[in-house]
Design a protein around this ligand. Structure first.
Ligand SMILES: NC(=O)c1ccc[n+]([C@@H]2O[C@H](COP(=O)([O-])OP(=O)(O)OC[C@H]3O[C@@H](n4cnc5c(N)ncnc54)[C@H](O)[C@@H]3O)[C@@H](O)[C@H]2O)c1
Length: 252
């Protein structure tokens, strides 16, 4: 592959369960993956080309930090072209109306919503230079949620809304789409059920597919959106939820 044919993808939240699958899938497709996460170092099993440590909360709060970190990313793009930006990092602070603090809200909206915006703003020229793609990883919580998820659910609704609005703003040169997964079998999710295997079985059964999703399935959906030559596929949020979003849950 010559330098001009090299494709670059920037993936945030790379050390996480879905982030690792995204990095692997995009690498296998031939992308040079610039992986980024808040940690100083990439996680051991991560497959990537370059790693840049970025705290997305700080990126929103400090313009000088943002310039410094994004200049490092730009320096890794030999032709000043970024083919895919996958906004995958997120935090999930649980709490209800009585307990959420201002700090909880700021952190949630900074990482889950504003950081994706400012990354796009900063890297817009590089994305436009090669008619690149943005894929925002939203969530089923953008539409259907449960108690104590008010901050997370609000941030994901806003991320889905921003995806649509940005597709209007950037549409001629950059495609902007989203993926909205329901429960995905990450290590973290599984460890949450370590004392309750029955609960995990019930969660799987609850989905019309009989299983929850796999990180790889989110990654291949994001790759499809980023890689597809279908430029008309713009401003869409693909729901990947095993059909649970179509279920009516009546009391027994
Ligand atoms: N796992 C699921 O069931 C599920 C379902 C729907 C949507 N999602 C979405 O998928 C994406 C990935 O989730 P995951 O399950 O892999 O979660 P995860 O917690 O394993 O990964 C999230 C990553 O974001 C990073 N991150 C958090 N704060 C950061 C900050 N300040 N700066 C930089 N990076 C930061 C974390 O370090 C982590 O590596 C998220 O957007 C999440 O909302 C996950």
């Amino acid at each position: 592959m010559t330098k001009n044919e090299q494709k670059f993808a920037l993936i945030t939240g790379a050390n996480g369960g879905i982030g690792q699958a995204l990095c692997k899938t995009f690498t296998e497709e031939g992308y040079e993956v610039i992986a980024t996460d808040v940690h100083e170092q990439p996680t051991e099993s991560l497959i990537f080309s370059r790693y840049v440590s970025i705290d997305l909360n700080k990126l929103v709060e400090s313009e000088s930090y943002a310039t410094d970190r994004t200049n490092e990313i730009k320096s890794l793009l030999p032709n000043r072209e970024l083919h895919a930006l996958i906004n995958n990092a997120a935090i999930q602070i649980l709490g209800g109306v009585d307990s959420l603090t201002r700090a909880d809200w700021n952190q949630t909206l900074n990482v889950n919503l504003q950081a994706p915006f400012f990354l796009v703003q900063t890297l817009k020229n590089e994305l436009e230079a090669c008619r690149g793609s943005i894929v925002n990883i939203s969530s089923i919580h953008a539409k259907l949620t449960k108690r104590n998820f008010v901050a997370y659910a609000t941030s994901k609704s806003a991320l889905s809304g921003m995806t649509k609005a940005m597709s209007v703003d950037l549409g001629a040169k950059v495609k902007v789409n989203g993926v909205a997964p329901a429960a995905i079998e990450t290590e973290m999710l599984i460890s949450g059920f370590s004392e309750n295997r029955e609960g995990l079985a019930k969660l799987n059964d609850y989905h019309p597919t009989g299983t929850i999703g796999e990180p790889r399935e989110v990654a291949t959906t994001a790759l499809f959106l980023a890689n597809s030559n279908t430029r008309f596929l713009n401003g869409e949020i693909l729901e990947i939820n095993g059909g649970i979003g179509n279920c009516l849950h009546d009391p027994d």
